[in-house]
Write a new protein. Structure first.
Length: 130
């Protein structure tokens, strides 16, 4: 039964990641780099998407800890594969976030995953009329 008890938390992680990625996508959709103008909520949307990405990153770390702590080697292998899959999804969301803000940005540090340093500062006032 260890495999089923281990997979239950990971099923919950899947639900949480799905929710977080849907929220990030909904915040980024109106900020498409091809858009000629920014919505009035652009700054708040970028900050909210960033905070959601940080939550996803924290969740990913927790998943990794639980997967590495699994005793059954076969279950551990499967759980670590799931962690890698989720990591790719988080990195894709970070890439989308960066694409939405880079054209309108100056650079300051923000950290994802304790190793991915992203340098972004949003300059909304100077680009709102361009």
């Amino acid at each position: 039964m260890p495999a089923s008890s281990s997979s239950i938390p990971f099923e919950r992680y899947d639900e949480e990641f799905l929710s977080l990625t849907e929220q990030v996508t909904s915040k980024l959709r109106p900020l498409d780099p091809a858009a000629s103008s920014l919505p009035p909520t652009a700054e708040a949307d970028i900050k909210m998407a960033y905070n959601l990405l940080l939550q996803a990153d924290d969740l990913l770390k927790q998943m990794g800890l639980e997967a590495r702590g699994e005793d059954d080697p076969l279950v551990k292998r499967d759980l670590l594969a799931k962690v890698r899959e989720i990591n790719c999804c988080v990195m894709c969301c970070i890439k989308k976030w960066m694409q939405c803000v880079c054209a309108r940005a100056c650079f300051v540090p923000m950290v994802f995953n304790n190793s991915q340093h992203v340098y972004i500062y949003i300059c909304f006032e100077s680009t709102a009329n361009t």
